[in-house]
Design a protein. Structure first.
Lengths: 281, 150
């Protein structure tokens, strides 16, 4: 793919909690000379959450592939490990994709020389990457570590561990495993003197960002470390909400008007419990 | 057989693809148990503490045949977090992670087993898409939601 080519950036569903990641990722793609058509949310669902309803899963998959074909970019760049896996393992097997699928980390890594020239601000942090070993389609950990090494002022603290699963959301179904991973991450970050833990995927960020409230390190997605070095600022709203503490504080931080716009009932029943839940280690 | 393979059209439905995958897996899997042995999650299930790898895999293959598998196979399906170690371990080149996932689908009743024989819940998170849309409102402009997510 040449630097002037267009791509569809398929950010996925659950990452919409983290606008900073989506907007930051788009800024990074544009910074390396790519024209981006963003696509995500419910309208571009891969259907991976629909294993209990295969008719619905198929409908979503076909609709999403057809929309990507209609974009005409010939290149879909995924953000989410789960979407990527589902496109490769299921959706692409019974639809007719007219595009190549790559992962965001591969695209940025292939253009790291261009990116490096844009990373002009120093980011004085000792960063340890939170790694998983389950995304075997793309070996994202060394790619992200290479990208972080481009940031002036940033010291990468090598991590000696990697967690099971492709992302922390996969571990949620086995709470004891998520607890072990969380504890291991905290212990290792402290032992290695990291002041920042960098998450790769949004679901890890969702489940781990509130560690900042109790641990001696920050939790930042690697996209935000790269954009910070470009002099761009994308606020991590979700982390602020998770760190707010009480029910009232969460609502005040989200904003009463926004809560009303989303629907008070929906917010209280289906969003607030997640925002109040803290990591367990 | 070779000619039939060439003439065989690719599946056009998810179910058609799953049926092909199941037939291929059942034909090639030797029940060696290496996929199970490579799994980093088995220690999180009491039901697997004394499990025999070959028996667990046989149970998963039963689910693929749409026959309820043994209790150990259900225990394995429950702790899968998609670590992919199983897929890398299979000497036959079977995507064992996908085998487990399709086994989960069957154990949810998605492939046709009667609901009373299902052992896993296929329910997704409550209000999944409403929540996705609500968060989107907070993180994007109305124009971006319209342009990027419809
Ligand atoms: S490793 Fe492969 S051949 Fe052996 S039991 Fe597992 S899927 Fe079957």
């Amino acid at each position: 793919m040449s630097a002037s080519e267009k791509i569809t950036f398929w950010y996925g569903c659950n990452v919409v909690r983290h606008g900073d990641i989506i907007h930051g990722a788009i800024a990074l793609l544009e910074a390396v000379g790519i024209e981006v058509t963003p696509a995500g949310g419910a309208g571009y669902c891969c259907g991976t959450a629909k294993d209990g309803n295969l008719r619905a899963a198929e409908g979503m998959a076909k609709r999403t592939v057809e929309k990507f074909n209609a974009h005409g970019t010939g290149q879909v760049v995924s953000w989410c490990a789960s979407c990527d896996r589902h496109m490769n393992g299921f959706m692409g097997e019974y639809t007719q994709p007219q595009f190549e699928l790559s992962h965001f980390t591969q695209i940025l890594h292939a253009r790291r020389d261009v990116l490096a020239a844009k990373l002009t601000r120093r980011v004085e942090r000792k960063v340890m990457l939170h790694r998983h070993f389950g995304f075997h389609e793309v070996d994202v950990n060394p790619l992200v570590e290479d990208l972080l090494r481009l940031v002036p002022g940033l010291t990468l603290v090598e991590s000696g561990t990697a967690a099971p699963g492709h992302m922390c959301s996969a571990l949620s179904r086995v709470p004891a495993a998520l607890k072990d991973v969380t504890r291991g991450l905290c212990d290792e970050a402290v032992a290695r003197g990291a002041d920042t833990v960098a998450t790769v995927f949004h679901s890890c960020h969702r489940l781990l960002c509130a560690l900042e409230g109790s641990e001696p390190f920050k939790v930042v997605n690697y996209v935000n470390l790269l954009t910070e070095s470009m002099g761009l600022e994308f606020h991590d709203d979700y982390k602020s909400w998770k760190l707010a503490g009480s029910e009232e504080a969460v609502i005040a931080t989200v904003g009463r008007e926004r809560v009303a716009a989303m629907g008070e009932k929906l917010f209280r029943e289906s969003m607030l419990p997640e925002l109040l839940k803290q990591p367990v280690k | 057989m070779f000619l039939l393979d060439i003439l065989k059209k690719p599946p056009e439905t998810l179910r058609g693809h799953l049926d092909d995958f199941i037939a291929d897996t059942l034909a090639r899997c030797t029940r060696c148990g290496k996929c199970y042995e490579a799994c980093p999650m088995t220690r999180y299930s009491e039901g697997l503490s004394n499990a025999d790898a070959k028996q667990v895999v046989s149970g998963v293959l039963d689910w693929l045949k749409q026959t309820p598998g043994n209790a150990e196979s259900v225990a394995w399906l429950k702790v899968c977090t998609q670590s992919a170690k199983c897929a890398d371990a299979c000497p036959e080149g079977i995507n064992a992670m996908k085998m487990v996932r399709v086994g989960q689908m069957s154990a949810m009743g998605s492939l046709g087993l009667p609901a009373e024989q299902a052992k896993l819940s296929g329910r997704e998170a409550k209000d999944f898409f409403r929540v996705i849309n609500a968060y989107s409102q907070t993180q994007m402009s109305a124009g971006q939601v319209e342009k990027w997510q419809r």
